[in-house]
Design a protein around this ligand. Structure first.
Ligand SMILES: O=C(O)C1=C[C@@H](OP(=O)(O)O)[C@@H](O)[C@H](O)C1
Ligand SMILES: C=C(OP(=O)(O)O)C(=O)O
Length: 428
């Protein structure tokens, strides 16, 4: 790393000397990687997944599907995982550690309910604090037997008898991952699966499109929120770059008046978080959308504050909180009360940290308001939340004295983040 140095545990982010003019390629999508890995693990035969993210959340999935009986081999030369599907009729008792990964845990738990042997799903202390109740409840409606080994609605959970399938009622307002996981397991339930929402609202909707897209690529049939009995077939699948990871680079262009192109993420992408560039456009940035890449050019005359609902793309809420510091008027973010149940209470965390830097930021039940200002030199806390670290680092690109505690927390989805951020310093 050439311009970011370590002080004790904290990482100092040096301001960019000039606005960036750069093209970057961010790692593979966490969400697509974990969907592809688990669909491959359900397909009898050998699948190949290329371009996958290699990070803590996807290692969690690799280890988990191995625990369920799949074989996973890494071929670095080919940038590929080769996965041979698990024998779901095996009676062996499985134990799965989903680490910090919401997707891994919420995709594996329903899959545990379509195998014959008992499976225990557990995770880190952080994951044990996150909600699982609606999914446990839905699986019981589908005939599975589950034991919550610690507290109701929390990990660890042991599945002791499989689901027959049918209809499950579940709220859509807490996490779409519950529904994605049920859909993934649905084709392997003897009666198939139909999910019925008990709420008018549905958060993180684009992730359900992603689930259906990857399921179909692996040969499964799925329509809306239902999957008839069926099967997966092995395939070769290429993972595109991660749109949430790209948000930090688009934001860097927006706040500096620079220009950043993210390669491999273009008009055909199904990742909802790519819509973050629409928000930047509303704020005054110029966006160039091409078939296989997207460019953001920051305005020279400053950004406008916006009032925006991010329920479909909530992983970009903290990115926007950082961008909002550089606008001309307050930014209000709505529709994201459910992000209090992510790696940390993200509304509280981001507001607390902006205030630590002397900025005016406020919490609301459903989001936050950030008023523009000049952040003071600060060592930000990062709450074991990769997105706190990556978002707050943006302030350091413009202001001196910004440092991050526990920068290694980015390893959850983007181990090379700070090295890639340094590439914005390369002129030309
Ligand atoms: O399905 C997915 O891949 C994801 C869904 C979202 O979670 P929620 O559905 O809990 O909002 C998102 O925050 C997470 O990073 C990835
Ligand atoms: C919320 C996130 O992850 P997960 O729910 O998959 O742990 C995230 O990556 O921001």
């Amino acid at each position: 790393m050439n311009a970011s140095g370590s002080t004790q545990d904290a990482l100092l982010i040096e301001p960019l000397p000039v606005p960036p003019d750069a093209a970057v390629r961010v790692p593979g999508s966490k969400s697509i990687t974990n969907r592809a890995l688990i669909c491959a693990a359900l397909a009898p035969g050998t699948s190949t997944v290329t371009g996958a993210l290699v990070a803590d959340d996807t290692t969690a999935m690799v280890e988990s599907v191995r625990g369920l009986g799949a074989t996973v081999a890494r071929d670095d030369a080919d940038d590929a995982f080769r996965i041979t599907g698990a024998d779901l009729s095996s009676t062996h008792a499985a134990h799965v550690d989903a680490r910090q990964s919401g997707t891994t845990s919420r995709f594996v738990l329903p899959v545990a309910a379509v195998r014959v042997g008992p499976t225990t799903v557990d995770g880190s202390a952080q994951l044990r604090r996150r909600p699982f109740g609606p999914q446990v409840d839905a699986l019981r409606q589908l005939g599975a037997r589950l034991e919550e080994l610690d507290a109701p609605g929390r990990l660890p959970v042991r599945v002791t008898a499989p689901a027959r399938g049918g209809r499950a009622r579940i709220p859509g307002t807490e996490s779409s991952q519950f529904i994605s996981g049920l859909l993934i397991a649905g084709p392997l339930m003897p009666e198939g699966l139909a999910v019925e929402l008990t709420t008018a609202g549905l958060v993180s909707r684009p992730y359900l499109d992603l689930t259906r897209e990857v399921m179909r690529a692996f040969g499964a049939t799925v329509e809306d929120l239902a999957a008839p009995p069926g099967r997966y077939v092995p395939t070769r699948y290429a993972v595109e770059p991660d749109a949430s990871s790209a948000s930090y680079f688009f934001a860097a262009a927006a706040i500096t008046g620079g220009r950043v192109t993210v390669e491999g993420l273009g008009r055909g992408s199904s990742q909802g978080d790519l819509r973050f560039v629409d928000v930047l456009e509303r704020m005054g940035a110029t966006v160039v959308r091409e078939a296989t890449r997207t460019t953001v050019v920051g305005p020279v005359d400053g950004l406008r504050g916006v009032d925006v609902d991010l329920r479909d793309l909530s992983d970009t809420a903290q990115t926007l909180a950082a961008v909002a510091v550089f606008a001309d008027r307050p930014t209000r973010v709505r529709g994201i009360g459910f992000i209090r149940g992510k790696e940390t209470d993200r509304i509280h965390a981001v507001v607390t940290e902006l205030r630590r830097a002397g900025l005016d930021a406020r919490e609301h039940d459903d989001g936050f308001t950030v008023t523009p200002g000049t952040p003071q030199p600060t060592v930000f806390e990062t709450y074991e939340d990769h997105r706190m670290a990556m978002s707050l680092s943006l302030l350091g690109l413009r202001h001196p004295g910004i440092a991050l505690a526990d920068p290694g927390c980015v390893g959850k989805t983007y181990p090379g983040f700070f090295a890639d951020l340094d590439r914005l310093r390369t002129v030309g």
